[in-house]
Design a protein around this ligand. Structure first.
Ligand code: PLP
Length: 372
């Protein structure tokens, strides 16, 4: 008998399971509405032109070798990522108070940040919004943090439960870590307004709560990289310390290349360098050092003015298409006299539509209206 004979089969991941079911489905008109990845009008994945150009440039450069990167990754990529996040004129960067390490996309950045906090932070409890991206609770629990929820979404208004959010963060123990989606909250598409962000910031400062931003969609919400980073910058500008997980999966379309970074904004340059030394101790026994290719693509684009400009144009086109898809879906639902108020489809921000369809309704649609 196998030494693993006692294992039972675990259920599919609820999100990736949709893709598994999609791949199995023989229908010629199938559409995968579960995947968190951009698609063209033809339903195909998109590789940005500027990414193809960068790859060409890398291939043509015969001086490039395949040596290991340092534990913290590609230095140039880290520097450019911090700049993209905090802005070219960021005082925190100028004062060397930011440490940035290349990680395996957004997920890896969250995991490294989580494990660092579990080991070294005095209040290893993280509050995550209710609901949130399904992997958040698992990533942080595995990292060793105690995971609690704060109210975020109000089904009655299909908007932010701002009162509930303030109450829950207000009664969190002082110093607790708070996970915030930097923009385009997944899965609700509901973001606080600028006034609400301001109030959240005040509350967090008064209670010494530590922000951990998940920045998986910079530029993908509004089409503007600076606008989508403004809340993170607001927190950093106030001199507060915070963590930020950055992903290039969506905004550069580098999903499978696993390109991302963890930045920790600290009070002083000395603290930042000690933080970095400890991050290395988290990374080294986990995967030693990150891969070189994807980060080189991102760095090539970020450091070249013309390529950067081209990137912003392609990024804006993706964001605009998402916004126009929302409008078209809303118009189509209305034209058919579909019962219910579907205005949330156009009010929500980002690539996901929180339909509010329950699992029975989804099962009914796939069962009764499935085309073979
Ligand atoms: N955070 C949020 C909110 C997400 O929606 C996602 C992906 O869907 C991620 C993080 C992780 O993305 P990745 O690890 O591919 O960068």
């Amino acid at each position: 008998d196998s030494v693993f004979a006692h294992l039972h089969r675990s259920p599919e991941d609820p999100i990736l399971g949709v893709t598994v079911a999609y791949n199995k489905d023989p229908s010629p008109v199938k559409l995968n509405v579960g995947v968190g990845a951009y698609r063209t009008d033809e339903g195909k994945p998109l590789v940005l032109n500027v990414v193809r150009q960068a790859e060409q440039k890398l291939v043509n450069d015969r001086s490039r070798v395949k040596e290991y990167l340092p534990i913290v990754g590609l230095a140039e990529f880290n520097k450019l990522s911090a700049k993209l996040l905090l802005g070219a004129d960021s005082p925190a960067i100028q004062e060397n108070r930011v440490t940035t390490v290349q990680c395996l996309s957004g997920t890896g950045s969250l995991r490294i940040g989580g494990e660092f906090l579990a080991r070294h932070y005095h209040q290893p409890t993280i509050y995550i919004p209710q609901p949130t991206w399904g992997n958040h609770p698992k990533v942080f629990a595995r990292a060793g943090l105690s995971v609690k929820a704060y109210r975020y979404y109000d089904p009655a208004t299909r908007g932010l439960n701002f009162q509930g959010l303030l109450e829950d963060l207000g009664s969190a123990p002082s110093g607790a870590i708070v996970l915030l989606h930097a923009c385009a909250h997944n899965p609700t598409g509901v973001d606080p307004t600028i006034q609400q962000w301001d109030q959240i910031g005040q509350l967090m400062r008064s209670k010494g709560l530590l922000p951990f931003f998940d920045n998986a969609y910079q530029g993908f919400a509004s089409g503007d990289l600076d606008a989508d980073a403004q809340y993170v910058r607001m927190f950093a500008a106030n001199g507060g310390e915070c963590l930020v997980a950055q992903s290039y999966a969506k905004n550069m379309g580098l999903y499978g290349e696993r390109v991302g970074a963890l930045s920790i904004v600290c009070k002083t340059a000395d603290v930042a360098s000690r933080v970095e030394s400890q991050l290395k101790l988290v990374i080294r026994p986990m995967y030693s050092d990150p891969p070189i290719h994807g980060a080189s693509i991102a760095a090539t684009i970020l450091k070249d003015r013309a390529m950067y400009d081209e990137w912003t144009i392609e990024l804006k086109a993706m964001a605009d298409r998402i916004i126009s898809m929302r409008q078209q879906l809303f118009d189509a639902l209305r034209a058919r006299g579909t019962p219910g108020d579907w205005s949330h489809v156009i009010k929500q921000i980002g690539m996901f539509t929180f339909t509010e369809l329950n699992s029975e309704q989804v099962a009914f649609m796939t069962r009764e209206y499935h085309h073979i």
